[in-house]
Design a protein around this ligand. Sequence first.
Ligand code: SF4
Length: 152
Amino acid sequence: MRWFLSLLVGFAATGAAFITRGARVPATRREAKPAADDVDEGEFEKALAAMTSFSNRYVKLSKTKYCAEPSVTSVVIRGLAEHKVALGAPLCPCRFYECKESEAKDGYWNCPCVPMRERKECHCMLFLTDDNDFVGESTDITVDEITALTAM
Ligand code: SF4
């Protein structure tokens, strides 16, 4: 399990897409460039606090739990915060996009994305159902934990 989670964190940290059971990934979508290139630090801290708060609320609302490996949760929330600053919307950080701006406007992959809202499918492994092999016990994470676990 640990090797898979390490791979997952590595993919998410580099902005690459990853796929878990039931994920729907159109082959034509490709990422143009990383969204975090021009992120202002002050704005990023506010966005990170907002996305942490959102995630802690939504994980309970959706009756899901975080991953047993908190670095997975941390990398995904950090990616959402970077997109919130760069694009004005928390575009899913675990996918490739040809144009992030138009995807953010479209809204389908803004967190919580449509597959999550309709079928509880989170291919980022941020919100996990009890039958997922990687589900943990936690429904809370702090900004400090995320910062520590995603420090480069
Ligand atoms: S709920 Fe959807 S948008 Fe949010 S992290 Fe999971 S897969 Fe990405």
